[in-house]
Design a protein around this ligand. Sequence first.
Ligand code: FAD
Ligand code: MLT
Ligand code: ZN
Length: 462
Amino acid sequence: MSDVLAGLHAIVGNKGLLTDPAEMGAYAIDWRKLFPGKPLAVARPSSTAEVSAVMGFCHHHGLAVVPQGGNTGMAGGAVPDTSGRELVLSLARMNRLRGLDPVGMTLEAESGVVLQTAQEAAVAVNRLLPISLAAEGSATIGGVISTNAGGVNVLRYGMARSMVLGLEVVLPDGRVVDGLRQLRKDNAGYDWKQIFIGTEGTLGIVTAAVLRLMPRPTQRLTALVSVPDPQAALDFLVLAQDALGDTISAFELISGFSIGLVQRHFGLSCPVGAGEWYVLIEAGATLSGLREAVETAFEQALGQGCVIDGTIAESGQQAADLWMLRERVTESEAKESKSVKHDVSIPIPSIPQFLIEAGQALDRHAPGTRVNCFGHLGDGNLHYNILIDGHDPHDINRIVHDVVDRFGGSISAEHGIGQYRVDELALRRSESEQFLSRLIKTAIDPLDLMNPGKVLSRRETR
Ligand code: FAD
Ligand code: MLT
Ligand code: ZN
């Protein structure tokens, strides 16, 4: 064992260090198998003190560190490069729920706690942790915070950032910064925790967080409807918001193509007649009258022609079955073909026109590709994924992102930049924005040891 590995072993012990390539396999590559890497080793510390000691050691020896949570990320941010010189720091063993306060409505968790575990802990005290995404059975609190994850409830509750009240982080030199406050209001000085949220492990390690909980709605209504086209889906969104206000927690657009994939690969049946497009809508409330309000909204929508057909779930099981049609889309896509993912946001009223123009651009420049489009319409966030069937993936990114630019959209609504979109981001950020980003990176991580080459290119930070 080299001196470096022996030094790491002395900190984290046998359980905390993997060096065998076979054992490191799952940590070396992302789940889509797009970004294979070669770790120096995988450290799996079990406490903040151990994370701090590992970081101090790496700082001293000039070792780069790649933080990893559940490794469900979409942008290759959690895996090392192929040099064999980067240490993967997995937070998986830091999985303790440190506290749950139903009165103050907060939950304190270490960063390796799986999102679903935290959600279930909140439910046990009749509270809601509203961050929800299809990977919640594996994604971790640290990963969710470090990517500022979105998911299906952003419309009502905001992105992960809006749930973070306090953070504990370890800086690249090993220093621990404890900001685990439970306060709703705290304007005392710089709100430094914000720069660790959504920066994908490029500034430090998130070791624990205090998250805000919400009241748990006692009534929940889930419905699937078919709509003639995306403009009709938007008309329905406006109508539903007028009728149901902020009880709407999810408003998901799903193409008929996406539903077809889920049916083919998971054998699920769709209770709503075949349509070009579908909307999955969920509303929740504690006071009575929700069902009546939803039914009235549907009747209006049917009358106006923006909804063709639909069903309201009559039980928790039926609601879960409807959600399966949405949540299995990503896995079905992976089974169907290699794909180029686009995680775009577009000003909401422009979405129908964006879809027309993106489709035309693909027909012109990449004929024969298939579009798997679905996403969080209520937030203006579409997953516009292209099944490439032999085309050059780089061309496809550029073709779609050029259309996104024309509409003043973003090329990463919720998945982040990772290593996947570094070049595309650099093309789109002004010189002054890039200068400011480099200034922050250099101030906190002057040696560029934290997840190098992710979000910002290595060249820019050295
Ligand atoms: P990882 O993949 O392990 O890491 C993600 C990034 O965060 C990496 O850059 C990593 O270095 C960094 N990181 C991880 N932990 C830490 C830490 N403790 N400290 C510092 N940096 C850290 N995302 C959405 O936003 N919305 C969705 O709807 C959504 N749906 C998904 C559906 C499926 C089926 C899948 C597979 C993924 C989906 N994702 C979605 C993407 C992914 O689940 C989220 O980005 C999630 O937040 C990543 O969590 P993780 O623990 O797996 O992080
Ligand atoms: C989702 O919303 O299910 C994921 O973010 C999407 C994806 O697979 O691109
Ligand atoms: Zn999504």
